[in-house]
Write a protein that binds this ligand. Structure first.
Ligand SMILES: Cc1cc2nc3c(=O)[nH]c(=O)nc-3n(C[C@H](O)[C@H](O)[C@H](O)COP(=O)(O)OP(=O)(O)OC[C@H]3O[C@@H](n4cnc5c(N)ncnc54)[C@H](O)[C@@H]3O)c2cc1C
Length: 409
């Protein structure tokens, strides 16, 4: 537990950084807190960037994580537009790009992740974009009006959400995916088929099994994408959405243990007792699955913020949570709970043709390990509880829509 006069410095003013400073004050931390962020604006919600914000349906106030005066009212010093460049663990100092350094008693790394780059010829052409920050979203928004041709490289969640938003704005959208199905790394085949069919029904073109050979320009502006299958897709803009990589370089450079991100324990402590790490940048234990994973989700950022704040304030650790995630596309809400580790069986509940169904993934002992629910909140909520309970479920009853999820619990 920290002392009242101890100084906490948080690096990274994203969802995790913006949350942990609030939990620290809520849990009674009275010492000085400084939040250092590379972006020029206070912490904001990233999920709307591919959804409501991109469609022009959200305003700046709703994007902000906290009201403008929250930081001053809670004595949280904001250092925005400021990049932390090095950590000196021996002297407990953090160097900043402005030449200053900050002393800390406890450091929290909330560095997030960044969009993965594709080393393609033409990747630097004007009109080739990524989507991670509000500034990225504004650039993309400006490029996708009525009749504009947007090609999206990568059929993951961000690509599909951007496709749905761009389609709603009247753009002509093509999704290019290297794998034989959309969402190949992150969802089960029934989900992929459902989303493929849905996007196509909305007029989105989908190229599967399609590698990208080169991005071709005209006068420095993107004009077309040459695919490995011999096709050429003409376009006015390109969004590259091929996953994210952890911003863990600061941690690696000062010798903290790292795997696929900064290694932390169940209280979000790194291998240095004075340093915590939270959110997308961490490689964290996931107790129900006896594994370490790197999660990229808002619920994870919030859970780890609570863990770090509780540990620093000497409070009991929060109860472990089942990881969950959501994605909104058109009028579809996909909700996923748990992770499909060690699963041997898939149970489909409901009919995808109705637009509302769920896919349950079971371990050999018939316990639910994860659920993917499409427009099916009861299946999602009960599924999450079933995962936590680790109680075997009768397969036939799970597949039977006549049996309510309540009864299965
Ligand atoms: C378009 C989009 C849509 C998404 N949709 C969903 C969704 O529907 N559901 C969901 O659960 N999740 C979604 N996510 C993921 C979710 O937004 C992230 O999991 C969440 O933002 C993670 O929070 P974080 O604080 O760990 O990282 P981030 O929010 O990325 O914040 C990290 C911050 O640290 C800053 N930083 C990094 N290095 C330094 C440094 N050296 N010095 C100073 N500052 C630094 C970065 O600039 C950044 O501002 C989406 C993400 C994106 C990009």
């Amino acid at each position: 537990m920290g002392q009242e006069t101890d100084r906490i410095v948080v690096v990274g003013a994203g969802h995790a950084g913006g949350s942990v400073v609030a939990f620290l004050r809520q849990y009674g931390w009275s010492g000085p807190i400084t939040l250092v962020g590379a972006e020029p604006i206070p912490p904001y919600h990233r999920p709307p960037l591919s959804k409501a914000w991109l469609k022009g349906e959200a305003d700046a106030a709703s994007l902000a994580l906290r009201p403008e005066n929250f930081y001053a009212d809670n004595a949280i010093e904001l250092r925005l537009g400021t990049v932390a460049t090095a950590i000196d663990r021996a002297t407990h100092t953090l160097s900043l790009n402005c030449g200053e350094s900050l002393a800390y008693d406890h450091l929290i790394l909330a560095l997030g992740a960044r969009a993965r780059k594709l080393p393609l010829p033409g990747a630097d052409l004007v009109g080739v974009m990524e989507l991670r920050t509000a500034a990225d979203a504004d650039r993309l928004k400006a490029a996708i009006g009525e009749g504009r041709r947007l090609a999206i490289i990568g059929g993951g969640y961000i690509g599909l959400e951007a496709a749905a938003s761009a389609q709603a704005l009247g753009a002509e959208v093509t999704i290019i995916e290297r794998e034989p199905r959309l969402l190949a790394r992150v969802a089960s085949p029934p989900l992929s088929t459902f989303f493929q069919d849905f996007h196509r029904s909305k007029g989105v073109a989908i190229e599967l099994d399609a590698g990208v050979e080169a991005l071709e320009g005209q006068g420095g502006q993107i004009a077309a994408i040459r695919l490995s299958n011999g096709k050429t897709i003409q376009c006015d803009a390109v969004l590259i959405g091929v996953g994210a990589v952890a911003n863990d370089e600061l941690a690696r450079a000062c010798g903290l243990s790292c795997g696929n991100g900064i290694e932390v324990d169940a209280a979000s402590r790194t291998s240095d007792p004075a340093i915590y790490a939270i959110g997308d940048c961490t490689f964290r234990p996931l107790e129900p699955y006896s594994r370490n994973v790197r999660l990229e989700s808002v619920p994870n950022a919030i859970e780890q913020s609570k863990q770090a704040a509780a540990s620093l304030c000497g409070r009991p650790p929060p109860a472990p949570e089942i990881p969950w995630f959501w994605s909104d596309q058109y009028n579809i809400r996909l909700q996923i709970a748990g992770m499909p580790f060690d699963v041997t069986e898939t149970i489909l509940r409901g009919d995808p043709a109705t637009g509302s169904f769920a896919v349950f993934h079971l371990a050999p002992d018939a316990t639910v390990r994860s659920v993917e629910a499409v427009n099916a909140p009861p299946e999602f909520m009960a599924g999450k509880l079933l995962i936590a309970k680790r109680k075997p479920v009768p397969r036939e009853r799970l597949a039977d829509m006549a049996v309510s999820m309540k009864d299965l619990l």
